[in-house]
Write a protein that binds this ligand. Structure first.
Ligand SMILES: Nc1ncnc2c1ncn2[C@@H]1O[C@H](COP(=O)(O)OP(=O)(O)OP(=O)(O)O)[C@@H](O)[C@H]1O
Ligand SMILES: [Mg+2]
Length: 140
């Protein structure tokens, strides 16, 4: 299923709350979009909607950040300028086996292929910048 929506920062929570019910309890969410398109903001907003006391900051030196919410666990990865092979050696795929939402900033086609071949449920969200807004394309 594909859907598309343009929204401001203020409209983002309401857009994401309509998306939440269609996200499986265990999936890998690949976030694509240029620098400063709004990937981390989307994850932060998801956390707020899930009533997490924590807010999202990108894992720069670690493999992942883990946020526990009352309903599910959210794992946050940022692959900007990182070597996918190195992450694989560190046990990335095994990590994805954990029940929850795995949100990956800069999750490219190469990672998508590996995930699909391994049988993971993959959701792709592509963000593009528009004046004062962002366009979100969701592939479920
Ligand atoms: N829907 C939106 N409408 C307008 N501005 C937005 C929207 N979503 C995010 N922004 C703004 O975009 C800027 C960049 O956001 P963010 O840091 O989330 O981007 P990013 O894609 O994670 O960047 P990076 O590539 O550096 O990781 C922030 O100033 C944020 O407020
Ligand atoms: Mg970011």
């Amino acid at each position: 299923m594909r859907s598309e929506r343009v929204c401001t920062l203020e409209e983002l929570p309401s857009f994401l709350s309509t998306l939440l019910p269609s996200l499986p309890p265990h999936c890998i969410i690949l976030l694509r979009g240029d620098l400063a398109s709004g990937k981390t903001t989307l994850i932060s907003t998801l956390l707020t909607l899930l009533q997490s006391p924590q807010s999202a900051t990108s894992p720069t030196f670690s493999l992942q950040h883990i946020y526990t919410t009352p309903t599910l666990t959210l794992y946050h990865y940022d692959f900007y300028r990182k070597d996918l092979g190195e992450f694989m050696e560190l046990g990335l795929l095994e990590g994805f086996d954990m029940q929850g939402w795995h949100c990956v900033e800069w999750g490219d086609e190469k990672l998508e292929q590996i995930l699909r071949n391994s049988g993971f449920k993959v959701v792709i969200i592509t963000i593009s910048k528009e004046e004062q807004k962002r366009r979100y394309r969701v592939e479920l």
